[in-house]
Write a protein that binds this ligand. Structure first.
Ligand code: FAD
Length: 277
């Protein structure tokens, strides 16, 4: 099936052989949808320091995918970031997802960067236009922002520093995305804003994640999920249909492409892609 817009898939870096096999299976299955690129997350503070480059290399060389690393600057020094960027250049990467990151709780590490805008500036200063830089943005507001307007201003600072595109935090309310894009355009932010899509696989886990990152799960979705109880088939079918409808609405409303948070699982994403128009 041909999708109406390009898609990209996000993975996290596996640490064990079993997880590596799972990523191999997932990447092989998702490849049939010809992603524009795939990306691999990075634990701020260096918790995946070697795993992310290793995974990017594996996705590029063994799966033939255009794999882009996430680079989180929080807790990192300029020197560390400099060598990481050099390594990614050597691996043939031309795209980077540049983030501040969140340090794992209990980890307090001083670094040279406070915000992602400083990382974007650093990458542009060191490598000029070599990398295509994606940044994160938050249609339902980043949980640490003073308010929605301040958050939008900080998003603009990343675009002004040289970001080429943005991927949103996941959301389940299409209107929040449309409003966010309208507000961004009014402020002169003209880079593509790609919806981040989180297919629903484990609802309890999703609820925890969402509380931490400030994404709202509509009340009626929660009620429906609860009503299904242990009926896993009905939960899966409903979740896929709901997320596929969201994607269709986003595309109809002008979303330039879709970025799927796969959590290294193929089925929840494939179920959504199969149901999209
Ligand atoms: P920033 O843009 O720096 O913003 C962080 C907060 O600071 C916001 O509240 C913002 O409003 C505020 N702010 C920014 N500039 C200023 C300023 N000058 N003065 C005052 N306040 C300011 N995390 C990881 O650790 N690894 C990953 O691989 C990863 N991948 C992600 C991918 C995507 C697409 C997204 C959307 C998020 C990802 N995250 C990842 C999570 C992200 O790192 C967190 O949401 C983090 O808290 C914010 O990162 P940021 O790059 O948006 O930060």
């Amino acid at each position: 099936m041909t999708l109406r817009v390009p898609v990209s898939f996000e993975f996290y870096p596996p640490k064990t052989d079993e997880q590596r096999l799972q990523l191999d299976r997932t990447a092989a299955r998702l490849k049939s949808h010809k992603p524009e690129y795939v990306s691999c997350t990075f634990g701020a503070g260096g918790s995946t320091l070697s795993y992310t480059p290793e995974t990017v290399q594996r996705l590029r060389e063994e799966h033939g995918l255009d794999a882009a690393p996430h680079v989180s600057c929080m807790g990192g020094t300029q020197e560390e970031l400099r060598s990481l960027l050099k390594l990614y250049r050597a691996l043939g990467c031309r795209r980077i997802v540049a983030l501040r990151g969140d340090l794992p709780s209990g980890m307090a590490r001083m670094g040279d960067f406070r915000y992602a805008s400083e990382l974007v500036e650093f990458i542009r200063t060191e490598h000029d236009g070599f990398f295509h830089i994606e940044v994160g943005c938050y249609p339902e507001m980043h949980p640490q922002a003073e308010d929605a307007f301040a958050d939008m201003k900080h998003f603009k600072a990343k675009a002004d520093a040289g970001a080429d595109g943005a991927i949103t935090q996941y959301f389940y309310n299409a209107d929040a995305y449309f409003r966010f894009v309208d507000d961004a355009r009014k402020l002169g932010i003209d880079i593509p804003i790609v919806p981040g899509i989180m297919p629903i696989s484990n609802f309890a886990q999703l609820r925890r994640f969402s509380e931490a990152c400030g994404a709202e799960i509509p009340r009626w979705i929660g009620k429906r999920m609860l009503a299904y109880g242990d009926d896993a088939d009905s939960i899966r079918a409903f979740a896929a249909e709901f997320v596929a409808n969201l994607c269709d609405r986003l595309i109809e409303g002008g979303a330039p492409s879709l970025h799927f948070y796969t959590l290294n699982l193929s089925k929840p994403t494939l179920n959504v892609l199969d149901l999209m128009r």
